[in-house]
Ligand binder design. Structure first.
Ligand SMILES: NC(=O)c1ccc[n+]([C@@H]2O[C@H](COP(=O)([O-])OP(=O)(O)OC[C@H]3O[C@@H](n4cnc5c(N)ncnc54)[C@H](OP(=O)(O)O)[C@@H]3O)[C@@H](O)[C@H]2O)c1
Length: 268
């Protein structure tokens, strides 16, 4: 199977790196098209793939075409591809907030796969959710599942509505986690810990807690209670956290991101 990437930026490289490292496809089966010649040179040197700056040429003879450009230019880029697309090709989009209906319209094409990956895909720890139209052949779907599994975990949804919901959780989620991690590190520095040690304590605490939650069949509240002795330090800290409206803030955060994803979908 042959694959073309339109756009060779950060997300394309995360996918490329996973595909090649895990052997899902050989470098000869992959072509990347990008307007930035320096970027193409770097990707060619790093991964041994085929490179071009001609999007229409890139998709010739390919089975799956991966759109990895910014959503703002999708109309222009997709419209230019429509005459070149063949009915037996599938187009996979990772573009945030661009729905299948809009992609079908721009591309004049019915075989569409929509994926929402996230940035930890760069190290094979990603969370991708995806869906596909009826016209996508099952061997293309199997290939997509293999590619996404190489990047981390993947979940297929029959209904597109779940992609916008997942955008607000796993797509934007790394930014929430980085902000919370940064704030906790600053707090540790505030009470006197050296920054390097503060950072190590915070990162390992997140990592360890997540791994414990994954390994355990206990409810999260039970795991939290195990850290909380009556009248102890954790209880004092948790009272402040709840008093500051952590749950309500997180819910509002997710609702705002979800609404934005829906708005972008309507305007694309
Ligand atoms: N970052 C995330 O966490 C995340 C998560 C999920 C989904 N996504 C989606 O992934 C997509 C790509 O994001 P990214 O962060 O990888 O963006 P990016 O790093 O800006 O990559 C886009 C690449 O496409 C190139 N490009 C611009 N115009 C082009 C054209 N006409 N033809 C071919 N290539 C062109 C850009 O070159 P120039 O830089 O020279 O313009 C750039 O190298 C976005 O649609 C985003 O919504 C991102």
């Amino acid at each position: 199977m042959k694959v073309a990437f339109i756009g060779g930026g950060m997300m394309a490289e995360a996918m490329l790196s996973a595909i090649i490292t895990k052997g899902a496809l050989s470098p000869e089966a992959i072509t990347v098209s990008d307007i930035d010649q320096n970027r193409l040179k770097l990707l060619r040197e790093r991964y041994g793939i085929q490179c071009t700056s001609d999007n229409c040429r890139a998709i010739q003879g390919k089975d799956i075409i991966i759109l990895a450009i910014k959503p703002q230019i999708v109309c222009e880029v997709a419209t230019a591809l429509r005459l070149e697309l063949r009915p037996d090709q599938s187009v996979l989009s990772v573009l945030a907030g661009v729905g299948i209906a809009a992609l079908k319209q721009y591309l004049g094409h019915d075989a569409i796969i929509r994926v929402m990956p996230n940035t930890p895909s760069q190290i094979g720890e990603g969370m991708s959710v995806w869906t596909a139209t009826e016209r996508v052949p099952s061997d293309h779907k199997r290939m997509v599942s293999t590619i996404l599994a190489a990047m981390g975990k993947e979940i297929y949804f029959d209904a597109e509505k779940y992609i916008d919901m997942a955008t607000a959780i796993s797509g934007s989620g790394p930014a929430y986690v980085f902000l919370i991690t940064e704030a906790l590190t600053d707090a540790a520095v505030h009470i006197g810990l050296p920054r390097k040690i503060a950072s190590e304590l915070v990162l390992q605490t997140f990592l360890g807690s997540v791994r414990l939650a994954q390994a355990s069949d206990k409810h999260l509240a039970e795991l939290r209670n195990m850290v909380t002795s009556p009248g102890g330090t954790t209880a004092a800290g948790l009272l402040r956290l709840e008093g500051g409206g952590l749950r309500a803030t997180l819910t509002q955060t997710v609702i705002a991101a979800y609404q934005k994803a829906q708005e972008l979908g309507k305007s694309s």
